[in-house]
Design a protein around this ligand. Structure first.
Ligand SMILES: Cc1ncc(C[n+]2csc(CCOP(=O)(O)OP(=O)(O)O)c2C)c(N)n1
Length: 336
């Protein structure tokens, strides 16, 4: 097979149909556009707090897409907008959380935005302290193995989270018990203002996996197909009893840490501009165009459809009611 043909076949070689490749692109674009709209709503004073996922779309969609929706488990962190969209949350669902409305499917408007969780979709609720979701993922995978149930758990976190004891405990436990869990590190080089060089004394997060007795892989987090490939291999291995894998995706966040942060205090504009040259959404669009899977007219049509969906979602959530005051103590304990 010629080199050109190999390139042409990349998604097909991974077992993805053209329709699936286009769906992955749609998730990436929809997440980017929802992110940009949320940011604009924040600047208009309508959305109090926004966490941006812009720049992370390839590693989020690529890895999440390898799971089986309906039977596997998603254990995301706050930056995982595209992950939860792949899992099944809609723009309306997400904006209901951003606006803290009663109908918010994650927590009924009771938590900060981006604290995802949805029983129906297999998204496990997280909390605000960094890395606490990682032992949850290992525990869930232990339960799956113990009960001999089907299902694989995927857990996402930033490289900053790997400095926490929780991360060590989870990976250690997962390695000992050969659990069906895939750990995905979205390494965007900063934990708020702290650069990677001040977070770890080694070059990659991936190399630490050896110390826990399983494989660690490092992939280009701007390449959605590379992320999918690494994740699919790890998920298949976990499903077949092969135990955990750690995948580190190199990525970058284009916006400040949250809408409350000013990143000009710790990184230059040139650095951000340079990172944007490797935009994963544009890169995948170039791939799809190169192989005639999409053209400019179709891209325009997809963009307009997402825009219309967003407009409808914003209109809906702005009218949606807040949680009732009398409900404040509901869901504190388990309810039958
Ligand atoms: C235990 C704990 N320490 C500190 C914080 C404050 N905090 C919130 S986000 C964050 C940075 C996390 O960075 P990283 O894990 O690399 O993820 P990123 O935000 O870069 O995607 C910190 C320090 C926290 N929420 N919990």
């Amino acid at each position: 097979m010629s080199r050109a043909e190999q390139t042409r076949m990349r998604h097909e070689a991974l077992g993805l149909t053209n329709a699936q490749a286009l769906e992955m692109h749609r998730f990436m674009l929809a997440a980017r556009m929802l992110d940009e709209r949320s940011w604009a709503l924040n600047r208009q004073g309508k959305a109090p707090f926004v966490v941006s996922s812009a720049g992370h779309e390839a590693c989020q969609v690529g890895t999440a897409y390898s799971l089986m929706r309906g039977s596997d488990y998603f254990v995301p962190y706050y930056r995982d907008l595209a992950v939860v969209m792949v899992a099944g949350l809609t723009a309306r669902d997400v904006l209901l959380g951003v606006y803290a409305r009663a109908e918010d499917p994650c927590n009924g408007g009771r938590q900060m935005p981006s604290h995802w969780g949805c029983h129906r979709l297999g998204i496990i609720s997280g909390s605000s302290p960094i890395a606490t979701q990682i032992p949850h993922a290992a525990g869930l995978a232990y339960a799956i193995k113990y009960r001999r149930e089907a299902g694989v758990v995927m857990c996402w976190f930033g490289e900053g989270a790997t400095s926490e004891g929780d991360w060590h405990e989870a990976l250690n436990f997962a390695g000992i018990h050969r659990l069906p869990v895939v750990f995905v590190c979205e390494n965007n080089k900063y934990a708020i203002s702290v650069p990677q060089s001040k977070q770890m004394a080694v070059a990659t997060v991936a190399e630490r996996a050896t110390a826990y007795g399983f494989e660690g892989h490092h992939v280009d987090g701007n390449d959605v197909l590379a992320c999918y490939e690494a994740a699919k291999t790890a998920v298949d291995k976990a499903r077949n009893g092969g135990g955990p894998t750690l995948i580190e995706c190199t990525t970058y966040r284009y916006a400040p840490h949250t809408s409350d942060d000013d990143d000009r205090t710790y990184r230059t504009r040139e650095e951000v501009k340079e990172a944007r040259r490797h935009d994963p959404v544009h890169r995948f669009q170039a791939y799809l165009k190169q192989h005639n899977l999409i053209d400019s007219a179709e891209l325009e049509r997809v963009t307009e459809a997402i825009k219309a969906d967003l407009a409808e979602a914003v209109e809906y959530v702005e009218q949606a009611p807040y949680p009732a005051v009398d409900d404040a103590l509901r869901h504190v304990f388990y309810e039958r």
